[in-house]
Design a protein around this ligand. Structure first.
Ligand code: ES4
Ligand code: ZN
Length: 324
């Protein structure tokens, strides 16, 4: 089974590029940028990754992102990710980045995007790995801040396929971001949103109805609402599920309790993704392997998930066909 999973052509649809920062690279960047880390060693860093919920993770994730300073840092971060993804037979990736995490500490948006974009070009040319960028608004910050970053991103619009919504979900309903999504869609961006990870099924409805979200990131709480399940199934709306993340952040007590197999069997367009692989213990193969082992996914299930991912991409039809 492991060989089958490793050989399966894969597509990554839920990946935060800042969440691919491995402790080794964090240390290298801290050193070259003269930044003091509060950890003495790579082992100490990994020991700090014992999260109890989304917020306890986000605190450490935002602290880690501080070492990213120069265009080369963003290039190196993304190139390291693309190399790993390529080694795991990932053929296409639609990756999130959090511009506000960087602009709020004085790093120009230009620095962030130029570095990421150059790595994307190299991944395409040297690894035959295609990718799109998704600009995420931080939902713990005011909607006005999201509007400002959308304006700032105007010059780079052609390098960004969609907008997304991430960070702390509890008490931050999608409804708060209706205006910025409306403006983004008017500018030609596609849209996705995190919903139903720690938040309720109601937030999934809001993401769909108020934000026009074309995929739901996580969405595992949708099972609490039968009407929502029917809506998602009838319209083939993809859910980008992240098994190892969900267990690490205690959305489910263990992998055996995860509902991805149940949702797959209900006919939902579920996909498997890695979220923040440097923090949650694995990239695509590790996510597939853990879910397969503990939930008894069959080869047909895995094949279905892989096809679901291709259908769920923002690629045009000929490029989807080319991935199959
Ligand atoms: C995230 Cl797991 C998760 N949920 C929400 N926002 C995020 N940003 C990075 N990882
Ligand atoms: Zn996420």
């Amino acid at each position: 089974m492991q060989k089958f999973i490793e050989g399966l052509p894969k597509v990554e649809l839920h990946l935060h590029i800042e969440g691919t920062l491995e402790p080794e690279l964090m240390f290298a960047m801290a050193e070259r940028n003269n930044i003091k880390l509060r950890y003495g060693s790579v082992e100490e860093v990994r020991q700090a990754y014992n999260f109890t919920d989304l917020q306890s993770f986000l605190n450490i994730y935002y602290a880690g992102a501080n070492v990213l300073q120069t265009e080369q840092d963003f290039y190196d971060l993304a190139w390291a990710y693309f190399s790993k993804a390529h080694a795991q037979n990932v053929r296409h990736a639609e990756i999130f980045f959090d511009p506000q995490t960087h602009t709020d500490r004085g790093i120009p948006l230009e620095t962030v995007i130029n570095g990421l974009h150059r790595a994307q070009q190299d991944a395409q040319n040297k690894l035959d790995l295609s990718s799109f960028l998704i600009l995420c608004f931080l939902r713990h910050l005011p909607p006005e801040a999201a509007l400002r970053i959308l304006d700032e991103a105007q010059p780079y619009k052609d390098w960004i396929i969609a907008v997304g919504l991430d960070s702390s979900e509890k008490d931050r309903p999608p409804a708060l971001f209706e205006e910025v999504y409306s403006q983004a869609r008017a500018q030609g961006y596609l849209s996705v949103a995190h919903a139903g990870e720690e938040g309720p099924a109601e937030y999934v409805w809001e993401a769909l109805k108020l934000l026009g979200s074309q995929r739901i990131d996580h969405g595992v709480r949708s099972v609490d609402d039968p009407e929502l399940l029917k809506y998602l199934t009838d319209r083939h709306i993809p859910l980008t599920v992240c098994p190892l993340s969900n267990v690490k952040l205690r959305v489910f007590p263990s992998m055996k309790d995860h509902n991805i197999k149940e949702m797959l069997d209900m006919g939902l367009r579920v996909t498997i993704n890695s979220d923040d692989p440097a923090y949650f213990g694995g990239y695509m193969n590790e996510n597939f392997i853990a879910a397969q082992r503990d939930l008894g996914l069959t080869r047909d299930d895995l094949y279905r998930i892989s096809l679901n991912s291709i259908e769920a991409t923002f690629l045009d039809e000929p490029h989807k066909v080319a991935l199959k």
